[in-house]
Design a protein. Structure first.
Length: 96
């Protein structure tokens, strides 16, 4: 998550997909609002590792998309690989 503040506004970055983000409480609401990079928030519906506060923090990103994989745990890309890959394709197709 450290790269969120450093790289998320890079002109070379067209999209951001944080995998197992940590440290989301280290940023202020204003810092989240300043990030203009489209971000895909991916998590499994059965994930007990992504806390409610972390999820709430990430939702402050102004250009966020959410991919919640039903029946998937923390490693949602392993539990639901087809749905995960389709979600990635859908997200990437929205980027400029």
């Amino acid at each position: 998550m450290e790269s969120l503040g450093v790289r998320a506004n890079s002109a070379q970055l067209h999209g951001f997909i944080p995998i197992a983000p940590v440290g989301t409480r280290n940023y202020t609401p204003q810092q989240y609002q300043n990030i203009q990079t489209p971000t895909l928030i991916v998590f499994g519906a059965l994930d007990t590792n992504l806390g409610a506060q972390s999820h709430k923090n990430l939702l402050q990103l102004p250009h966020h998309f959410v991919l919640k994989l039903e029946g998937a745990r923390h490693a949602c890309y392993m539990d639901k690989p087809r749905e995960f890959h389709q979600g990635l394709i859908d997200f990437l197709s929205k980027l400029k």
